[in-house]
Design a protein around this ligand. Structure first.
Ligand SMILES: Cc1cc2nc3c(=O)[nH]c(=O)nc-3n(C[C@H](O)[C@H](O)[C@H](O)COP(=O)(O)O)c2cc1C
Length: 178
């Protein structure tokens, strides 16, 4: 999780995974995300950490996920700030979140960025385009008005779409059926 608005998206995603078997979850929370968790949600940092199997400090650049030899299915950054997006697009791995994303790319594993900012500058768009061209999935936190009711439903829908890229089926996920 990084410090874009939408901490609830990451929390929703972790809550979904928590209730599924067969997945080991690793969490890295940037300092920006610590702030947005506090500001935007009713959860404490410890409550968010309790949703995962392993949480790694943002400065622990020697954590398991900092190496490609640690096998993972991929990585989702939800929400993804424009700063973290920029760091990934430049290969500037100055914290564990950025390093893990860099490793995910170099190992050819799926990386999903649930980016969030509005409006988007040309810098933001260029960073997204650069990463999209090498296969990173840019999945903006955009509301889906067609089948959702509440903000909570829409948040869960965004989280479910990110998990869908890993073949993870979220209970209650509404697929468009025409
Ligand atoms: C309440 C709050 C909301 C923010 N929303 C966004 C946002 O939507 N998108 C964004 O790129 N940055 C947003 N920021 C700014 C980032 O948190 C800031 O640029 C931070 O340095 C990002 O660092 P990180 O990517 O390491 O978390 C927000 C900051 C705060 C305090």
């Amino acid at each position: 999780m990084s410090g874009a608005s939408g901490a609830c998206i990451g929390i929703s995603l972790l809550g979904i995974l928590r209730n599924l078997t067969g997945w080991e979850t690793h969490l890295v929370v940037s300092r920006g995300a610590v702030r947005t968790i506090e500001t935007e949600t009713d959860k404490t940092f410890d409550e968010v950490v309790s949703l995962v199997d392993r949480a790694h400090p943002i400065d622990d650049i020697g954590a398991a996920i900092s190496s490609g030899t640690f096998r993972s299915s991929g990585m989702i950054i939800a929400p993804c700030s424009m700063k973290t997006l920029a760091g990934i697009s430049c290969g500037y791995s100055e914290n564990l979140l950025l390093r893990a994303a860099d490793v995910t790319i170099k190992e050819g594993r799926p990386l999903v960025l649930v980016v969030r900012e509005s409006p988007l500058s040309a810098i933001h768009l260029e960073n997204m385009l650069k990463l999209a061209r090498i296969g990173v999935i840019i999945m903006p936190a955009m509301l889906s008005y067609y089948n959702s009711l509440s903000v909570e439903d829409m948040t869960r829908h965004i989280a479910a779409k990110a998990l869908d890229r890993f073949g993870i089926e979220t209970p209650g996920f509404k697929r468009w059926e025409g």
